[in-house]
Ligand binder design. Structure first.
Ligand SMILES: [Zn+2]
Length: 431
């Protein structure tokens, strides 16, 4: 077979010595190890020219449920790689199972690996001696500095290869002798694989595999994704969130501070009055009209209504703020009530006796109030009820402040919870 070394991997075929079926694979000059995942076969074999020999047979002889077919092309670091084999690995202590997809590029010594675990995808590539961290393993490093990132040791394990399929240029079964350590600075991961005295370093990054895979005609890629947590995008956003929300809260405090310093809250008018019957013949209750007062606007005007002596009853206050010159009217309604009692030996009370309403932008001018009270005379008699009306300007609506204050904090706490939940899941024994 004549194939130029710089061309893409091309389809080729090899016959499995166990099940005698033809494996469709992709040519690599050094690819002499094959894995057959035909149903009930599960054979790894070596084949070079006329020499063929079985290396092992897996206990589990069912095919891998791979998300990507062999021959899938993907671009990594500006080169078009081809998927030539995949492996299912199992870490016995943590009962973690994942699939690694090996992408081959002619002339490159190392494969690029896409690793799939629980709907999360990581792209892993080999680091050269110069790129690798300078760490002496005998000292058992738990934190590694690389490229201005602090990687912390998360897990340390060996794995079994449970299933495989495709063509490999190394004896894949030898990988069971590797000792792997994973260091995290999410979304980045640093991996070391040690066999005897030799350590190779790899760098990984959680990714969206669709960013790398070239969609081929007729090839439908239905890649599983973790619906609840995507480390590929989460960690970058999480870091930004800290700055955005901290900046937002600072601005919130500054703007409220600035406004209350330059526009101090000022009481304009306040009075208390009894609810009296209207004796002019119209019935109902006496309307109160205030003397005129000035408002320096444009400003927020707060009108509070308070009921005094309210017991098992209600009081309605309809208040109009009227501009003396233009007749512009702002209306507020206060429905105050107070009920109490005991049920099952427990005292209860309900209703509000003070309510504050804000009018957002009142222009400068001379204003007066018209207040129309209304009480339920049938219950407790109107004569014992009094009301108070207070008018202030420049009072900042603190309700809005607390809404703006809590939204980012609550969101941030929820995100931190999701992050910790995810990290506990991927590193069950991590403490
Ligand atoms: Zn076979």
């Amino acid at each position: 077979m004549e194939i130029e070394s710089n061309s893409l991997a091309v389809p080729t075929h090899v016959t499995c010595p166990n099940c005698k079926e033809v494996i469709n694979t992709y040519y690599q000059p050094e690819g002499h190890y094959f894995a057959c995942d035909k149903y009930n076969c599960g054979t790894v074999f070596y084949s070079e020219k006329a020499h063929t020999e079985i290396v092992t047979r897996f206990k589990d002889k069912s095919p891998i449920e791979a998300s990507l077919p062999l021959g899938t092309n993907a671009w990594f670091f500006g080169k078009e790689y081809t998927l030539v084999g995949y492996l299912e690995k199992y870490e016995r202590n943590e009962k973690i199972r994942w699939i690694e997809y090996a992408f081959y590029y002619p002339g490159e010594q190392w494969y690029i690996i896409l690793s799939e675990f629980d709907g999360n995808w990581m792209m892993v590539h080999h680091l050269t001696k110069e790129e690798s961290p300078k760490t002496n393993f005998n000292k058992g490093a738990t934190v590694i500095d690389l490229d201005n990132k602090k990687f912390k040791l998360a897990v340390s394990y060996t794995f079994d290869i449970e299933k495989a399929h495709g063509c490999f240029d190394w004896n894949l079964m030898k990988d069971e002798e590797l000792h792997t350590r994973e260091y995290y600075s999410l979304p980045y991961v640093l991996l070391s694989e040690t066999m005897f005295q030799t350590t190779e370093w790899f760098e990984g990054r959680f990714v969206n595999p669709k960013d790398y895979i070239i969609k081929q005609p007729g090839q439908k890629l239905n890649l599983p994704r973790n619906r609840f947590f995507n480390p590929a995008t989460f960690y970058d956003r999480y870091k930004k969130l800290i700055f955005v929300y901290a900046g937002f809260l600072l601005l919130l405090f500054l703007s409220y501070g600035f406004v209350s310093a330059t526009h101090p809250t000022k009481e304009i008018y306040n009075f208390t009055n009894d609810v009296k019957p209207d004796t002019t013949g119209y019935g109902g209750f006496k309307t109160y009209i205030s003397p005129p007062f000035n408002i320096e606007g444009t400003t927020i005007v707060s009108i509070s209504g308070t009921a005094m002596g309210l017991n098992q009853s209600w009081l309605e206050l309809s208040t109009s703020l009227i501009n003396e010159k233009t007749g512009t009217t702002f209306e507020v309604e206060h429905n105050l009530e107070h009920y109490s009692g005991t049920s099952d030996g427990e005292y209860w009370s309900e209703g509000e006796t003070t309510i504050k309403s804000n009018i957002s932008s009142v222009p400068t001018g001379t204003y007066y109030l018209v207040v129309r009270p209304k009480v339920d005379t049938l219950i407790d008699g109107w004569s014992s009820i009094a009301y108070n009306i207070g008018v202030t300007q420049n009072e900042l609506p603190m309700k809005d402040f607390w809404v703006f204050f809590w939204i980012p904090i609550v969101h941030f706490v929820v995100q931190s919870f999701r992050k910790n939940n995810y990290e506990t899941k991927i590193w069950p024994s991590n403490t």
